[in-house]
Design a protein around this ligand. Structure first.
Ligand code: SF4
Length: 334
């Protein structure tokens, strides 16, 4: 018996990529799925691969390869050749990078082509017809990227021309409506797809603002810096310090866990309140301002007593501060 034709599929864990795999599986193609985990994926627990993609791979019965993208991806963010979308999302270059990496896995696994769940016209930046053409061309994979959900709107690819897959059984979905995908999910009995269309922090304006600030002040940022961007309210103080104030107990604990020896921690004494982390140590002036900003989030009148310590285990000293007016606090907000 001849070996089945193999393909490598990009699997985000969302419905579209799950359906794309299911559609080609119907045609007897053996699929290896690949998930790219970045610090920007909203469903990535501690950078260990998207939990939704793991669940989707199990449902589909396919092997899942997880690749964690860090420095290479961060470098891309500094100057993406094809620019950004509405926020700080370099979608076209992001797709090109992921497809190039997938092609490497394709060759290693003796697979013949790639599959994505892209839908023509669904996303404003990377799923326009011309953007798909650019992605194919600049990844060096023209003809080798099959998009089963929109294939009938797109030029025939190698797997279609070679007869490995029947183009007539591929789909002609386009646009932003997800109605056909929902029906298809029902048809295939796929009910569990918790990471729908989005799942990328780079598309969120508030996160993009914080990331831009980080890139300005610390161009060589690390995954640790990105993890901090996801916690608390953020402020940039006049002498260059960055202040992070927890919004709830869970965030307070997270800030404490993420604090390093070089960070200053501020905690209220005697009254409940947030925990704050101060980076860069912009001197006594920034420290006092940080305490005044933080006091704004304490539900108590009069001067607030704070414990100030360096690092999570540091020795503390006390500091008294009066809350700054809300408008004044907003001046420093990132
Ligand atoms: S939304 Fe995020 S993960 Fe998706 S292509 Fe754009 S940058 Fe990449």
């Amino acid at each position: 018996m001849s070996e089945p034709i193999r393909a490598v599929a990009l699997l985000s864990g969302g419905l579209d990529s799950t359906l794309a795999i299911r559609v080609v599986q119907e045609q007897g193609i053996a699929v290896v799925a690949i998930n790219f985990s970045t610090a920007f994926c909203t469903c990535t627990p501690k950078g260990q691969g998207c939990s939704s993609s793991r669940r989707a791979a199990d449902q589909l019965g396919v092997e899942l390869v997880v690749q964690v993208l860090t420095d290479e991806y961060y470098a891309l963010l500094k100057d993406p050749p094809h620019g950004f979308g509405r926020a700080l999302n370099p979608c076209i270059d992001c797709r090109i990078l992921k497809l190039k990496k997938s092609a490497k896995v394709m060759r290693e696994r003796s697979a013949s082509f790639l599959i994505t769940g892209e839908v023509l016209g669904q996303r404003p930046m990377s799923q326009r017809r011309d953007a798909l053409r650019i992605i194919d061309r600049d990844s060096g994979l023209e003809g080798l990227i099959l998009r089963p959900l929109s294939a009938q709107h797109l030029p025939p690819t190698v797997p279609e021309r070679e007869g490995w897959v029947d183009r007539g059984k591929l789909l002609a979905i386009s646009g932003r409506s997800r109605k056909v995908q929902m029906e298809l999910a029902e048809h295939f009995g796929i009910h569990d797809y918790p990471c729908p269309a989005g799942g990328c922090l780079l598309t969120e304006p508030e996160f993009a603002r914080k990331l831009k600030d980080l890139m300005t002040w610390k161009p060589d940022f690390t995954t640790h810096d990105l993890n901090l961007l996801k916690v608390g309210r953020h402020f940039r103080l006049p002498a260059g310090s960055r202040l992070l104030v927890g919004k709830n107990e869970r965030e307070n604990q997270r800030l404490h866990a993420l604090a390093r020896e070089s960070d200053i921690l501020l905690d209220t004494e005697g009254v409940p309140g947030p925990l704050a982390l101060l980076q860069n140590g912009g001197g006594e002036e920034d420290l006092r301002l940080a305490a005044a900003i933080m006091a704004r989030y304490v539900k108590a009148a009069g001067p607030i007593r704070f414990r100030v310590s360096r690092g999570p285990e540091g020795q503390g000293r006390e500091l008294l501060a009066e809350a700054l007016a809300p408008e004044a606090v907003d001046r420093y907000r990132i």
